[in-house]
Design a protein around this ligand. Sequence first.
Ligand code: GLU
Length: 452
Amino acid sequence: MTTRSETRTALDHLLTEIEHRNPAQPEFHQAAHEVLETLAPVIAARPEYAEPGLIERLVEPERQVIFRVPWQDDQGRVHVNRGFRVEFNSALGPYKGGLRFHSSVNLGVIKFLGFEQIFKNALTGLGIGGGKGGSDFDPHGRSDAEVMRFCQSFMTELYRHIGEHTDVPAGDIGVGGREIGYLFGQYRRITNRWEAGVLTGKGQGWGGSLIRPEATGYGNVLFAAAMMRERGEDLEGQTAVVSGSGNVAIYTIEKLAALGANAVTCSDSSGYVVDEKGIDLDLLKQIKEVERGRVDAYADRRGASARFVPGGRVWDVPADIALPSATQNELNEADAETLIRNGVKAVSEGANMPATPEAVHLLQKAGVAFGPGKAANAGGVAVSALEMAQNHARTSWTAARVEEELTHIMNDIHTTCHETAERYDAPGDYVTGANIAGFERVADAMLAQGVI
Ligand code: GLU
């Protein structure tokens, strides 16, 4: 019988090896640490998980593709970007996960996102494996024609690696409905196939699911509501700070309002807006979705209730709940201290890994309910899986039906994480609950399917 401390030593050893084998990938190291550090109790309790090679296989992607993406701007100049697709684990279903177009993208970032996606997708219970991709291309300030040429060039290489039964990309930062449209068009042209299930996040009328754009934000608020219920409270009348101003942030703010809470902030890389009356969603959507502008324009046009704080951080604004919805490591130890000082009750991650490990530790120690992204933001990929199901059946569901399914899925994920944490002597620790519950599903499938 292996003890927890022997298991922990073996996992520490493996983490050191991961750092050596994957140099200069700090985000991937961070994600691997975060998961492996919570697995000792389950590996000690179930000896089959200690089988040599299981965890080693789990941290090594099944396939990693890196390719050149040349494209011409509107002046005819040639640019060369780098494209990635990391197909991490397909034990539970086809690789599934978004594409991120952002200047910060590199292999380590895509590997961290792909690794997170394995457990997140397992938690949805919908039969999807984990993968992620993207490029260091930055769509900001590019014309539609430039974005189209980039997407076409990207897909001209990616098409050979994906398929509805193989690997199904979707959006992430910098990839929304417009980009998915151009990517789908090029895939269809090259393959001469109407294969709707090869991409999710498609437009209405050509295979997209209702509620997919809203799903990540709505799902995160539902998860936060479930955590609050566990504490005997609800979202009614609570003040919320939300970071980001993309798709996740916008629909987080919308769902908070629907449940009677008041979101008073949003942000982008230039700073944040605080609006005492609560964020006016029509104005924010107009600026971000129609004009593709910056959040300072919101403060300019909103009037006296709002002000723009250049370079500031939303975590300075006092609130009952915080929903980081921008990007990785956007909420650090000092931010967590500020939130705690201001009496925050719950923090729920709409983005992937937005809180640093130090911040998570502090929040949990202070008794703040903390929803890790791989559970709290799983609503997006869950509705992607529902989009695949609709595509397969050549049908489309009503918004009400999709939202009902989403609500069930988020409540199930919450219950699973909560119960798993209790089972492993970590009551209220959703990080441990999410990691162990996701791990058990993937590990069981990997063991059953042999050394692959
Ligand atoms: N990029 C989203 C995520 O982080 C969605 C992925 C998908 O829909 O496949 O989960």
